[in-house]
Design a protein around this ligand. Structure first.
Ligand code: SF4
Length: 345
C-alpha cells in the first residue's frame, strides 16, 4: 500500500482505514485523539499503541503535514504571523492573535485564491490549490504547540475562499469542534465567505452550527462589482436572498463584514443604504477600517470618517461593531496576507 497521510480524516473515515489495514476499529479513536487532541506528529509518539502496531502504521502512513518556516512577531501587539511550508513546496500563512483571554487563530484554506477581491493582497497571488482538511487542521496544531497556548476562537479568514473548498473546510471545522479533537465550540468557529451563493444554501441545508460571516464591503452593486468580482455573477439582491434563506433555516444571526475604505464606501448614503439592505436580516455588522498595503491603491479612512460613519449607523436595528485589525506591522491584518518572499511560493 502507498504511504497515505491520514491527517484530515474524520473519525468514521479513520475507522474505515483502520479496518482496511486489518486492525480493530477502536484503534481509530486512539489515533484520532493523538492526532487532533494532542497534536503528535508521528506514530512513534502514540504510546498506548503496541510497538508493533506503531511500526506497522509508520510504514503505511504519516500524520505530519506542515512545517513552520518563519514567524513574524508584531512589535505593536502580541500577534504572530506564521509562514508554513507545505509538503509540495507551496506555502501559506496563518495568524495568531491575542485579546485578553481570547486567543484567535486566523487559518488559511487555499494556497492563493481564485476570487481576486480588489482590496485583498492574497488575490494578487492567483490560485494554486485547495488545502486538505489535514493541512487546515495542522495550522492550528502547530501554532498551539509553538505558543503553548490553546486557541479559543477560529476564523477561516486567511488565504482563500472557504466556500470554494467547502468539503475540506467543513471537515476541518468539524475535527476542531469534535469531542475527541480540540473541542472548540461551534459558535467560536467562524467561516467567512465573499458570497458563494450555492455554498451558502448548502451550509444552511446541512444545518451546521458554525458561525457564518459574509464579506459584504459595499452598499451598491457598482461598488461591490469593483471590490468582489463574484458580485458580477451573484449581485447583492441574490446574496441577500441567500443570506435570508440561511437565517430563516438556521434561526441564527449572520455577521456582515464591511471593510471601510476612504472615499469609497464611507459616506452617509452608504450608511443609509446598509440600514435599508440589512434591516430585515438578523445580523451584526462588523466595520473593519481598511488596512493599506503596498500593492493596492485603496486607503485607510481617518478616525473622524470612521466615527461619522458609526454615527450614521446609530439608528440601525442591528448591532454594529468595529474590528481593529491586529498585526498591521507584520502584514498580518485583514486583506494583507501575501507570500512576500517569492522563494517561499
Ligand atoms: S478577500 Fe478572501 S476571497 Fe477575496 S481574494 Fe482575498 S482571500 Fe480570496
Amino acid at each position: 500500500m502507498d504511504e497515505k497521510n491520514i491527517k484530515g480524516l474524520t473519525l468514521p473515515e479513520l475507522e474505515n482505514w483502520v479496518a482496511e489495514i486489518g486492525e480493530s476499529p477502536f484503534r481509530a479513536k486512539q489515533i484520532y485523539r493523538w492526532m487532533y487532541q494532542r497534536g503528535v506528529r508521528s506514530f512513534e509518539e502514540m504510546s498506548d499503541l503496541s510497538k508493533s502496531l506503531r511500526n506497522k502504521l509508520a510504514q503505511m502512513a504519516s500524520v505530519s503535514m506542515l512545517q513552520i518556516d518563519t514567524r513574524f512577531r508584531s512589535k505593536t501587539d502580541q500577534s504572530v504571523k506564521y509562514l508554513f511550508r507545505l509538503s509540495d513546496g507551496n506555502a501559506v500563512e496563518a495568524v495568531y492573535m491575542v485579546e485578553g483571554k481570547r486567543i484567535t487563530l486566523c487559518l488559511s484554506t487555499m494556497v492563493g485564491c481564485p476570487v481576486g477581491c480588489a482590496y485583498c493582497a492574497t488575490g494578487i497571488m492567483g490560485f494554486k490549490r485547495n488545502l486538505t482538511a489535514g493541512e487546515i487542521v495542522d495550522q492550528l496544531l502547530l501554532i498551539q504547540q509553538d505558543q503553548q497556548k490553546k486557541a479559543t476562537n477560529i476564523v477561516f479568514m486567511g488565504m482563500g475562499e472557504p466556500f470554494l473548498n467547502y468539503d475540506n473546510v467543513i471537515k476541518a471545522a468539524s475535527i476542531l469542534n469534535s469531542e475527541l479533537g480540540q473541542e472548540i465550540a461551534a459558535r467560536r468557529i467562524i467561516i467567512s465567505t465573499a458570497g458563494i451563493i450555492p455554498a451558502i444554501h448548502r451550509f444552511a441545508d446541512e444545518g451546521h452550527r458554525f458561525k457564518l460571516a459574509i464579506s459584504l464591503n459595499a452598499s451598491t452593486d457598482a461598488q461591490r462589482d469593483e471590490l468582489v468580482p463574484v458580485n458580477l455573477k451573484h449581485p447583492l439582491w441574490e446574496l441577500m436572498a441567500a443570506v435570508k434563506y440561511y437565517t430563516d433555516r438556521s434561526k441564527r444571526r449572520v455577521t456582515f463584514e464591511y471593510i471601510l475604505i476612504k472615499d469609497f464606501n464611507d459616506t452617509p448614503q452608504d450608511a443609509r443604504r446598509l440600514i435599508k439592505m440589512l434591516g430585515q436580516i438578523p445580523c451584526k455588522l462588523n466595520i473593519i477600517p481598511y488596512n493599506q498595503n503596498e500593492f493596492l491603491l485603496y486607503k485607510t479612512p481617518s478616525e473622524d470618517k470612521l466615527n461619522n460613519f458609526l454615527k450614521d449607523l446609530y439608528q440601525a436595528p442591528f448591532a454594529v461593531t468595529v474590528r481593529r485589525s491586529k498585526g498591521l506591522d507584520i502584514a498580518a491584518a485583514c486583506g494583507q496576507l501575501y507570500i512576500r518572499d517569492k522563494s517561499k511560493i
